[in-house]
Design a protein around this ligand. Structure first.
Ligand code: CP
Length: 317
């Protein structure tokens, strides 16, 4: 494996899940693999789970780790080529990336959608520059349009809890005060369809995701109807993807919050969310604290998903 940016990079899902199971139950079996190798994680945005779980995963594999918060202590980066650099941006990303690449063996990058320019976000301008100029394998720690390490952890968690071979999974939009990217729902949809699950996506009109991403899933605008018979409910907010309202919040309808009454419509479904979550906006206290809430084991599986992927890349170095 030379990079991990999308579901396609994961290869055969069944095999990947077998590898994840091995990693989960043998976390220190491959300590020699990462000896004298360095994992660099570069964050353009905040993180709790991705930062800690990826660092832990790399350490389990015997690697050294370095974390750089671009917005705290690093030089402010210019990302456009051809500009006269007379602003507060002291360093160009075209020098910074190869320098970072020279200090590590694998590089992880978190670079959210900025919502300033739709084409720039959809074209993954920052991530692509790391791929082109770092000279090292790149792992997405959540890009403008995808969050594959999260989706793999979600898949591992569902595999551990499913009661049938093809569970009904419902991904539900829920209200949030600020505009959030589509990266998590995009990856979740792609990975659930690739795993062969029965996926229904429910959201208010205007919040349609890229149809290429949701191919193979059912779209249901009636949230109550979508929840009927669900085995897993995956709540998530996202902002508009369509050209007209890209990155905008057009609804904060609190009727879409996942609460006890909504969960009663399901097949005693497990509740999932990638975290961080806004309680009593996305989900009620009662539901997130219930016995069927998987948010903590789901977050714990982020170590397993990161370790599975880093191990595959280390083996290919
Ligand atoms: N789910 C997730 O990626 O969490 P962080 O943003 O805290 O890394």
């Amino acid at each position: 494996m030379k990079q991990f940016l999308t579901v396609q990079d994961g290869g055969n899902i069944k095999k990947l899940l077998e590898e994840a199971r091995y990693v989960k139950w043998n976390p220190f079996a491959d300590q020699a693999l990462g000896k004298n190798k360095t994992m660099l994680m570069v964050f353009f945005n905040s993180s709790l789970r991705t930062r800690l779980s990826t660092q832990k995963a790399a350490m389990n594999l015997g690697m050294n780790t370095i974390v750089l918060d671009i917005n705290q202590g690093a030089w402010k980066l210019e990302t456009e080529r051809g500009v006269v650099m007379d602003s507060d941006k002291s360093e160009h990303i075209l020098e910074a990336i190869p320098v970072m690449g020279s200090y590590c063996d694998i590089i992880g990058v978190r670079s959210f959608a900025k919502f300033e320019n739709r084409d720039e976000d959809l074209n993954e301008v920052i991530l692509k520059q790391f791929i082109q100029y770092s000279g090292k394998p790149v792992i997405s720690l959540e890009s403008a349009t995808r969050h594959p390490l999260q989706a793999l952890a979600d898949l591992i968690t569902i595999e551990e809890h499913k009661k049938s071979s093809k569970p009904k999974i419902v991904m539900s939009w829920a209200p949030h005060p600020k505009a959030l990217p589509q990266a998590v729902p995009n990856s979740f949809a792609e990975w659930m369809v690739a795993a062969g699950y029965d996926l229904t996506i429910t959201h208010p009109k205007g919040y349609e995701l890229d149809p290429k991403v949701t191919a193979g899933a059912k779209i249901e605008y009636d949230q109550d109807k979508a929840f009927e018979g669900a085995d897993f409910v995956y709540a998530k907010n996202w902002s508009c993807w369509n050209e007209e309202n890209y990155g905008k919040v057009i609804s904060k309808d609190m009727n879409w919050m996942v609460d006890k009454e909504k969960m009663a419509l399901t097949n005693n479904a497990f509740f999932m969310h990638c975290l961080p979550v806004r309680r009593n906006m996305i989900v009620s206290d009662e539901v997130i604290e219930s016995k069927t809430s998987l948010v903590i084991p789901e977050a714990a599986n982020r170590v397993v998903s990161a370790q599975t992927i880093i191990k595959k890349i280390l083996k290919s170095l």
